[in-house]
Design a protein around this ligand. Structure first.
Ligand SMILES: [Zn+2]
Ligand SMILES: [Zn+2]
Length: 401
């Protein structure tokens, strides 16, 4: 089978790999119809997150079940399913409490597992024609429709970025009427904005430096803020000040609440320096989020912070240790949540929003490609050229139409 394989830094190659075989009676084999290239795949592509050469990548996977092990009960050949990027057992202490992002049994090296990802266990990725699904009963989400239908893109995004964007809003405490600032308008940031609006947030600001991404945020109903046009936190303060309805309803002291209730970091450690966007500043977004959130507000960190980072500039940063304005954080009495999304906690409900026409996350998809074009797409996505925001690899002939 054809599979996108990591063959070294800045080198993804489409290689002929053996088709997976069932290893346990609880496994299934999935014939992939669509697979996403994720912003987090770029950390490995860049060589910033070391991955074993020869690994098949891809953790955003959907398709049709080809074969099931004899112990699989609820999924059968021919079923259309999407997989959460988290691989989970369903029976450990964390899985039992809904924390499938932190499964204790699937990866001997760390409390989480995923398909085709550095440090996430020995699982092969799904940017390939077939993929092995462990504990198929627990990990497959059943989907209606047929491959290549009007939901193909929407459903694929249930594997990661839609639940991840939604999870960011949970970490940041977004609820009806609240004001939200999101840093980063990549797929996760955009879907965090979309989820905030679905939840009924009253004002949603999205900060980025790429005009095409800011336009997408605006099309969704968010307020775009370009950090290349000046300090984004100050821009948000000024935008809020111009909102007469809000200003006229302030009681004494409330004029100090010029920031927002909820802040989301959807960038992570490869943030750009606001003052010098050519340079990286790993703590730029963290600092901005803490500045922009009002006292007693809430912060969600969904952008990736990862160590070891051989590309970092200081010895401390290589170990993932960064300066953090803890005094301001404490002074404001903020709360903060972080980490990977427990996809299974949300994916059924988000699927039903899609099926009932209440959500259309596929609107963020910018490109559909064939697997042979994946190396080129990685390069373009990495350089953020030609509006490459979200690239999906189509395998199925019908799905490719
Ligand atoms: Zn992803
Ligand atoms: Zn588990």
């Amino acid at each position: 089978m054809k599979a996108v394989t990591y063959t070294g830094a800045r080198e993804m190659t489409v290689l002929d790999q053996p088709k997976p075989k069932l290893k346990a009676p609880t496994d299934a084999i999935l014939r992939v119809t669509t697979s996403g290239i994720c912003g987090s795949d770029l950390h490995m592509y860049d060589g910033r997150t070391p991955l074993k050469e020869g690994t098949v990548v891809g953790h955003e996977i959907m398709g049709v079940i080809e074969q099931v092990g004899e112990a699989v009960q609820s999924i059968k050949k021919g079923d259309r399913v999407v997989l959460p990027f988290n691989i989970a057992c369903g029976f450990c202490f964390n899985c039992l409490r809904g924390h499938t992002e932190s499964c204790l049994t699937m990866n001997p090296e760390a409390p989480h597992a995923a398909y085709g990802y550095a440090g996430m266990g020995p699982y092969s990725g799904g940017q390939a024609e077939y993929v092995l699904v462990p504990y198929a009963d627990f990990n497959c989400l059943k989907l209606p429709g047929t491959p290549g239908d009007q939901w193909e893109d929407d459903f694929l995004l249930l594997s990661d970025v839609f639940p991840t964007g939604y999870h960011a809003t949970e970490l940041a405490g977004v609820s009806p009427g609240k004001t939200v600032a999101i840093f980063g308008a990549g797929p996760v940031g955009l879907l965090a904005a979309y989820s905030s609006l679905l939840k009924g947030a009253s004002e949603v600001y999205v900060v980025d430096g790429v005009p095409e991404r800011l336009q997408k945020a605006k099309d969704m109903g968010a307020i775009p803020v370009n950090f290349r046009e000046g300090d984004p936190v100050e821009q948000i303060f000024q935008l809020r000040k111009r909102n007469k309805g809000i200003q006229q309803s302030f009681r004494p002291g409330e004029e100090k609440m010029q920031g927002v209730d909820c802040g989301i970091d959807a960038v992570g450690y490869q943030a750009r320096d606001d003052r010098d966007p050519g340079k990286e500043k790993p703590t730029q977004v963290l600092e901005s989020v803490i500045r922009v959130v009002n006292a007693t507000g809430q912060v969600g960190i969904i952008g990736v912070y990862i160590a070891p980072d051989p590309g970092a500039r200081t010895e401390e940063a290589k170990k993932g240790i960064h300066p953090f304005p803890v005094a301001d954080f404490f002074d404001k009495g903020l709360r903060m949540g972080s980490g990977q999304a427990p996809v299974k906690k949300y994916n059924e409900y988000l699927r039903d929003l899609i099926v009932n026409g209440r959500a259309k996350p596929g609107r963020i998809v910018s490109h559909h490609i064939r697997i042979d074009d994946a190396p080129d797409a990685y390069d373009k996505f990495d350089k953020r050229v030609e509006g490459y925001t979200k690239v999906l690899i189509r395998f199925d002939e019908k799905a490719a139409a």
